[in-house]
Design a protein around this ligand. Structure first.
Ligand code: NAI
Length: 476
């Protein structure tokens, strides 16, 4: 099989950037060019302020950038030169047309595929890195073959990415597995072997698994559906805990010790977020429906419904604890990213909560250690409503610290599990002193020691633990 010398990655986002930076670091003899249409993003990748925050990413980029790793807007040139091309473009949920709200918008994948087809003057291995519906490789193949220059051959591989934001670099350096899907032909297997060699520079061969291309595509959707399902399952149980006096942390500990279940992804929370879980499950729902499998669609749909319910339920608990009205009250939001150690806010539960609080006429002050202010405004503005920002800014402000956000607040709501929000890190006595009384804390991420905070004087309400009305002082 062919030895890869030049790689092009189309899409310099959360996946393309870190993935191909690690590939470049581990393969110093392979030239890796990451391209994007977004010139500003490329400029940031070439600067000291990378466009995404990810622990360890700076060092990885610095090691190879300018040596065998390049970031460029020269999409065409990079495609022409490459032996292997990763397609790592965005695949958002469609919001209009057939499948709106469920199906993946494959417009970016198709545009990238057409560009490859038009430009290629030599054989290319084209790798689906984006998460796509099952059988997308087939559409890509048809487009590539219909537009190929005579004598140019394309091999298509599926190589879904399993990194998690916040731990992308350690996930890439020590992956549980690398998955490569190919056609079961001699050429398909040879292309898979060429890609496997790239990963084998640092991943043990036994962890690089090959399979048929449709299984590979579906495995990515399936893995995300399983992960999200665990969160929705524990969140569904958290509602029972709150109503009975059971404690969700104890329940998940007890369940997680069962080796068939395992302890990971059993942390109750205000709900999952991120660009992938909801999108990929809805994609699976759409796929099931188009295959005339409504019961299967309904089964997975419930995972997303439960997540929406959890956000609503937590909000309702906040409202009822605050004497059934939020009008004019100040709510401090601790954390706006969808989880810790990332600045990414896509589908962050904090966005939904702020919208609910605004509808209740609360005043909201937001603090997040990594999210850019402009991003917060963008996330909270309703698209198309031109004068929304001034109206928004009457109700919402952005604070420079947790202390500032909590100043004169009636309640603190923890939306992201940043380490710095732990009661061992923040001075909650200072926060308490600055707040209105009674001072409430709503812990949507199970980061606080309830007892310690109650001692300070806070009224604490934690997801998955019984509320005030159920607590029996004799047992505390
Ligand atoms: P992103 O939106 O951060 O990055 C995609 C980039 O592709 C954008 O910068 C966009 O400008 C660029 N792009 C789109 N069309 C292009 C074209 N024709 N030529 C050049 N550049 C083009 O998206 P992200 O988060 O990196 O996700 C990419 C894919 O990876 C999605 O399918 C996603 O589902 C999947 N994925 C994402 C994970 C995550 O944690 N974000 C994890 C695993 C998979």
């Amino acid at each position: 099989h062919k030895k890869i010398k030049k790689i092009c990655c189309i899409g310099a986002g959360y996946v393309g950037g870190p993935t191909c930076s690690v590939i470049a670091m581990k393969n110093p003899n392979v030239q890796v060019t990451i391209v994007d249409l977004n010139a500003q993003r490329i400029e940031s990748w070439n600067s000291d302020e990378l466009p995404i925050y990810e622990p360890g990413l700076d060092e990885v980029v610095k090691e190879s950038r300018g040596r065998n790793l390049f970031f460029s807007t020269g999409v065409d040139q990079a495609i022409i030169e490459a032996d292997l091309i990763f397609v790592s473009v965005n695949t958002p949920t469609k919001y209009t047309g057939i499948g709106a709200g469920y199906a993946a918008d494959l417009g970016y994948v198709e545009a990238a595929t057409r560009q490859i087809a038009w430009l290629a003057t030599s054989d290319k291995i084209v790798v689906e890195k984006s998460t796509v519906p099952c059988r997308t490789a087939q559409s890509m193949r048809v487009i590539l073959e219909a537009n190929a220059k005579p004598g140019v051959r394309f091999d298509i591989l599926s190589n879904p990415e399993f990194l998690a934001e916040g731990t992308a670099i350690s996930d890439l350096i020590k992956p549980d597995r690398v998955l490569i899907g190919s056609l079961d032909t001699e050429e398909g297997r040879a292309a898979a072997a060429s890609l496997a060699d790239i990963y084998a520079s640092w991943v043990p061969r036994g962890q690089i698994i090959t399979m048929n291309v449709w299984s590979s595509e579906l495995s990515k959707l399936a893995a995300n559906a399983f992960l999200a399902q665990r969160i929705s399952s524990i969140n569904a149980l958290s509602a029972i805990c709150e109503a009975t006096g059971a404690d969700i942390d104890e329940v998940s500990y007890a369940c997680g010790l069962d080796s068939r279940i395992g302890p990971k992804f059993l942390k109750a929370s205000v709900g999952f977020g991120g660009s992938c879980f909801q999108k990929d499950i809805l994609n699976l729902v759409y796929l099931s429906e188009s295959l005339h499998l409504p019961e299967v669609a309904q089964y997975w749909r419930q995972v997303v419904d439960m997540n929406e319910y959890q956000k609503r339920r937590f909000t309702n608990r906040i409202i009822s604890s605050l004497f059934n009205t939020l009008t004019g009250k100040k709510i401090a939001i601790f954390g706006f990213a969808f989880k810790k150690d990332t600045g990414d806010t896509r589908e962050s539960p904090a966005i939904t909560l702020v919208k609910y609080f605004r509808a209740e006429k609360a005043l909201v002050s937001i603090y997040d250690p990594k999210v850019e202010e402009s991003q917060i405004w963008m996330d909270l503005c309703e698209p198309g409503i031109v004068d929304d920002l001034p109206a928004l800014q009457k109700q919402v402000s952005i604070a420079a610290s947790a202390y500032q956000a909590a100043e004169k607040a009636d309640a603190v709501v923890i939306c992201t599990e940043w380490e710095e929000f732990k009661d061992t890190r923040l001075d909650y006595e200072q926060i308490y002193d600055g707040m209105k009384k009674p001072a409430f804390i709503f812990d949507g991420r199970l980061v606080l020691n309830e007892k310690r905070l109650k001692k300070i004087g806070f009224k604490v309400e934690t997801i998955g633990r019984p509320g005030e009305s159920l607590r029996n002082p004799e047992f505390e």
